[in-house]
Design a protein. Structure first.
Ligand SMILES: Cc1ncc(COP(=O)(O)O)c(C=O)c1O
Length: 383
């Protein structure tokens, strides 16, 4: 027979990602003010970069976002199922996507090819309402989006379908590669040419958009009518150049923490964790942290990343395993049950998600997005 969880354990989880919805709201408000008169879209794809799509979407709308953005149609429909009725755009589609659901749920669709445009128009017909689309031009990311050589055909077909009442072209958009000032300028010039071709074909979209967080912050000319804000609303800088969240007026929303599961004193020379890739140089104390690569903690950060424990930064000692890793606390006193913060707001002394990104040769985006389902999300700062 299983025992009921002890109340104190339930109150202080073994591992958790605490998401500050007040930080999300404030980050959106700050960025929305910065980009005004352009509108702000909160990008909540991939479960809001691991933070939880529905609570984050609500907090972002409270902060002044007027649009929500997701990759897949299923993510958009999940927002609708939660009762969120703000404008939503979904832009990355399964070739067999049930586009009728988008029309039924009032979800706008990004369009990246003529075939997709035709599929969407066909799916909308039985619903009896036009599908709302945003035509996507590839201006140089070479990823999704209509290739410039096909743009003329796509806008001509879209204009005809719009006149027939089968679709509405609400937007035209693209995505910057954030490569260099020069490369971004070339993409913006290409976007301008695409807009001119669309206008000549008779299209007059309500929103033109190309900027994500980086463009919104550093390239005012890229803001157009709408900016798609992802990483910035989570309080993580987009630049990877050492600029901090605080310098951008942002606050990290996610704190990943756990409680020390075991404490062990070891002698000099003791091998630690798989492969004994780390050995104690002196007698020292090790604290066991109950998070591992199953929870999205990158094994690559073994021996490099730091955590906040007992008021100080401590380094990971040895390999990060599936469920756990050790940190070296020297001769300091730590106890089973002490709080250990892997990352959070550096203003509290904790490492940032970007610090973990640096330790794992990746970016803060990947660190927060990969936090696994075994880690409960706990919300603070909500209404
Ligand atoms: C098409 C599109 N727009 C906007 C964003 C948001 O970008 P960021 O998180 O850098 O603000 C993304 C995220 O990758 C995206 O794919």
């Amino acid at each position: 027979m299983s025992e009921a969880p002890r109340a104190d354990v339930a109150a202080r989880p073994f591992r958790e990602a605490v998401v500050d919805l007040g930080a999300i709201r404030d980050n959106v408000a700050h960025l929305a003010r910065l980009v005004t008169p352009a509108q702000a879209m909160a990008v909540v794809k991939a479960d809001a970069y691991g933070h939880g799509a529905v609570p984050v979407a609500r907090a972002a709308l409270r902060g002044g976002a007027s649009w929500l953005g997701v990759a897949d149609l299923a993510e958009a429909v999940a927002l609708r199922a939660a009762g969120i009725d703000a404008p939503v755009l979904a832009w990355l589609h399964d070739p067999d996507a049930a586009f009728a659901a988008a029309v039924e749920h009032d979800v706008d669709l990004g369009v990246s090819s003529l075939a997709q445009l035709e599929d969407i128009a066909r799916a909308a017909a039985p619903v009896g309402r036009p599908a709302m689309v945003h035509l996507k031009i590839d201006t140089g990311l070479s990823r999704n989006g209509v290739a410039p050589e096909q743009w003329g055909d796509v806008v001509a077909a879209a204009a005809e379908l719009e006149r027939a009442g089968r679709i509405g072209v609400r937007g035209i958009f693209s995505h910057l590669a954030n490569t260099s000032e020069q490369a971004d300028a070339a993409q913006l010039a290409s976007f301008e040419r695409a807009l001119a071709v669309a206008s000549a074909a008779g299209l007059a979209p309500e929103v033109r958009h190309i900027a994500s967080t980086a463009g919104a912050l550093r390239r005012p000319e890229s803001r157009y009518d709408l900016v798609r804000l992802g990483i910035g609303i989570y309080g993580i800088p987009p630049f990877g150049d050492g600029t901090t969240a605080a310098e951008l007026g942002l606050r990290p929303a996610m704190t990943l923490r756990g409680r020390v599961a075991a404490v062990r004193r070891v002698d000099a020379g003791t091998g630690v964790s798989y492969g004994h890739a780390w050995r104690a140089q002196r007698p020292t104390t090790l604290a066991l942290v109950p998070l591992g690569y199953a929870d999205g903690i990158p094994r690559q950060a073994s021996d490099r990343a730091e955590v906040l424990l007992g008021g100080a930064r401590r380094r990971v000692a040895g390999r990060i395993a599936m469920d756990q890793f050790l940190v070296d606390v020297g001769d300091d006193a730590v106890a089973v049950g002490d709080e250990v913060v892997l990352f959070g707001d550096p203003a509290t002394g904790a490492p940032s998600a970007d610090d973990w990104g640096d330790a794992a040769d990746t970016i803060g985006y990947e660190i927060v997005t990969r936090i696994g389902p075994r880690v409960p999300r706990t919300y603070v700062g909500g209404p």
